[in-house]
Write a new protein. Structure first.
Lengths: 253, 445
């Protein structure tokens, strides 16, 4: 078995250790004896979505997103077909924003892929801190680090999780990210996948099932001691009320 | 000096002493108090400097460059004010001036050498009027505080706009610094390394500034040194590495450094390719501002990159090298330095996530830790607040590490059961405390 991961435009969208997400997927496949191939696409390269099993769209600065936006227009239909045919996508931060209809910044409006009925508006102040969520998909919480000026409104779509500590999509709804078909969009860095092996395996399982058929896939569990401990560290740190209070005071000063 | 100013200085000095007694640095508090009592304190004191005020900014190399510049001036018999400890936000800068005053609350100084955190430039520059700004480089660093690298550039650009007469001294090998200097309209001079030194494959490391900062097209490199530093050219708009004013050639690096600039051969006995840039920056700004350069080599021979920017200790026959590693560019350079040592070694990595470190530790995944998978690395211990993240990072390049959150315990264990050659790599907030622990252990043995 083999999974092909397409990393889109890492030359522009690679703001925060996206390498970690790739490395995590590749290793977790390798540890189970499944082949993994990473194809990176720079902005001028042709993309054949038919040969991809997972697409990663990372984060970039507003300036870089603007550059990507023009290219995205050209591949919009292919990308949309891939998603509608249950292609697996992980879109983070800037990449997440680009999945929607548009991202309105004070420098102008960036047109999105319009794959999911959602939109993003830049509002005053950035939402920056550690964050953790409770998702319906898993028992284990999802932890990460958010840092975004845009506020995303996902309309009636399903969020990735409920915010237990942090701000999430827009600081108001109490939810973070979006799940649509086999697409996961989120603001979470950290990088996201290493400390959330449950989410990484969810993406891998979806990709494998799509390619080889549900009945043929049984993703062996891995020990994940280090992963679970690193995840638990963040959860414990922000579940502790006294620690939370101290953190708030520190931020105020 | 106003009465208010005198009160501010006296009170700040008192607080600094008190803090020192309690075993704290106290620099930040002293600056804050002085500023609260006399808001114009920085303006008042900096106007008493007789010759020039230099500031040093940039992601990496600030403290070494600034301290070296200060040493170069002092070796000429000049009196210099300097924030040597690397306290480089507004309060630290104010404190450097306040704590240097005489008993009558006036300054007796020819020069000031001040390093400033990039984000703090917009708070410092309205009152401090520097003659020169050395900009070492612009890398990705501590992202959560700055938002994005573009935000750092915007802040620097705003700050430079407040000081139109200030001459910029920039690293011409860095396209981000060059575009910033060009757009500012300030006068600028450049330094750089003008020959191919490494045979690196191009894709691996250039992460910032791959796209032209002027027009957005993809940039072409004839060669590059590390990160985005090198000989670059945009074929679209013609933006390219400029004609370098202080150009280094005939480079030697490894266990020592040597190069030729302005027809002079310069050598230094420490490691780290990046230190060539630090030395060049000092050479450029000192030379351009009319400092006598005859004693430069002698100064370098006696200069010791201070405050943990490579510091050596020896405890119970274990050689220990302590070094600051706070962002991907810096960490990769540190890995080079460690790998240049062929002997068996133990490594301790300490990662904190306090505000000065950056609360986000994602950057660990942009460091090339896979290069630590070497026979002569006998053990890696991970420590600090985010040791769990560091252990996980290493796991995904198939490197095993031992978790020991307490740094003192980690060091003790390797001194007792190690291979007598220990590297301690720490990020910002771990530096001061780790250094104190090592000093104390060295004295107590």
């Amino acid at each position: 078995m083999k999974i092909v991961i397409g990393h889109l435009f890492p030359d522009l969208l690679n703001l925060y250790g996206d390498r970690g997400n790739i490395q995590c997927m590749v290793q977790r496949l390798k540890w189970r004896g499944i082949d993994a191939q990473v194809k990176t696409f720079s902005i001028e390269e042709e993309i054949n979505f038919n040969e991809l099993d997972i697409v990663l769209l990372g984060g970039g600065s507003d300036r870089e997103q603007m550059l990507v936006c023009n290219r995205l227009k050209e591949i919009k239909d292919q990308f949309k077909n891939y998603v509608e045919e249950n292609g697996v996508v992980l879109a983070i931060c800037g990449g997440y924003q680009l999945l929607g209809k548009y991202y309105e910044t004070d420098q102008g409006k960036i047109e999105g892929l319009d794959i999911i009925d959602m939109y993003t508006v830049q509002e005053k102040g950035r939402l920056i801190n550690n964050i953790f969520l409770k998702s319906e998909l898993f028992d284990m919480p999802i932890v990460g680090f958010e840092n975004h000026g845009g506020r995303t409104y996902i309309n009636d779509n399903k969020p990735l999780g409920k915010v237990v500590f942090g701000k999430g999509n827009n600081g108001k709804s109490g939810y973070e990210g979006v799940v649509y078909k086999n697409v996961v969009g989120t603001y979470l860095h950290g990088p996201l996948l290493p400390k959330n092996p449950q989410l990484c395996d969810y993406l891998l399982k979806n990709a494998l099932e799509r390619k080889y058929g549900r009945e043929n896939i049984n993703l062996e569990p891995l020990p994940d001691t280090e992963e679970k401990e690193a995840n638990k560290y963040i959860v414990d740190r922000y579940s502790d009320k006294i620690e939370n209070f101290k953190e708030k005071i520190r931020k105020l000063i | 000096m106003t009465f208010r100013g005198k009160i501010a200085i006296k009170f700040a000095k008192f607080v600094a002493k008190l803090c020192l007694k309690m075993g704290r640095q106290g620099v930040t508090w002293a600056g804050l108090i002085a500023r609260k009592i006399e808001p114009n304190i920085l303006q008042i004191l900096s106007s008493q400097i007789r010759e020039k005020v230099y500031i040093v900014c940039g992601t990496n190399g600030k403290t070494t460059t600034n301290n070296m510049l200060c040493t170069a001036l002092q070796s000429q018999g000049k009196k210099v004010i300097c924030n040597r400890t690397g306290s480089n936000m507004l309060n630290g800068v104010v404190s450097a001036f306040v704590l240097a005053t005489n008993d009558d609350c006036t300054l007796d100084a020819d020069y000031a050498c001040i390093e400033i955190d990039e984000v703090s430039t917009k708070r410092v520059l309205p009152t401090l009027k520097p003659d020169y700004m050395v900009l070492t480089n612009i890398f990705r660093d501590q992202l959560d505080r700055y938002g994005e690298i573009d935000i750092t550039i915007d802040i620097l650009s705003t700050a430079i706009g407040m000081a139109p007469n200030m001459i910029l001294v920039i690293n011409g090998d860095d396209p981000l610094s060059l575009s910033l200097a060009k757009k500012s309209g300030n006068k600028f001079i450049t330094y750089g390394i003008s020959e191919k030194v490494f045979d690196a494959d191009e894709d691996a490391e250039i992460r910032e500034g791959r796209f032209c900062a002027m027009c957005g097209a993809k940039m072409h490199y004839n060669y590059y040194h590390y990160s985005q530093l090198g000989d670059y050219e945009c074929k679209e708009c013609g933006f390219k590495r400029p004609c370098i004013d202080y150009s280094a050639t005939e480079i030697e690096h490894g266990d020592h450094l040597a190069f030729t600039v302005m027809g002079k051969r310069i050598g230094a006995k420490y490691k780290g390719f990046y230190n060539i840039y630090n030395i060049l920056a000092v050479y450029a700004v000192a030379s351009h501002s009319g400092v006598d350069m005859d004693g430069f080599q002698k100064m370098l021979d006696n200069f010791n990159p201070e405050n943990g920017r490579i510091e050596h200790f020896n405890i119970k026959d274990t050689d220990i090298e302590l070094n600051l590693a706070k962002n991907p560019a810096g960490f990769n350079q540190n890995i080079n330095a460690v790998m240049a040592d062929p002997k068996d070694k133990d490594i301790i990595i300490l990662i904190n996530d306090r505000d000065q470190d950056g609360n986000d530790v994602s950057w660990l995944w942009d460091v090339d830790f896979d290069r630590f998978a070497q026979e002569n690395i006998k053990s890696i211990t991970v420590s600090g607040i985010r040791c769990q993240d560091m252990r996980l990072r290493l796991k995904y390049v198939d490197i095993e590490s031992r978790l020991e959150p307490n740094i003192a315990t980690a060091i003790k264990s390797k001194v007792e059961n190690g291979v007598k050659n220990l590297y301690v790599l720490v990020n910002y907030t771990g530096l001061y405390s780790t250094r104190n622990i090592l000093k104390k252990m060295e004295e107590e043995q």
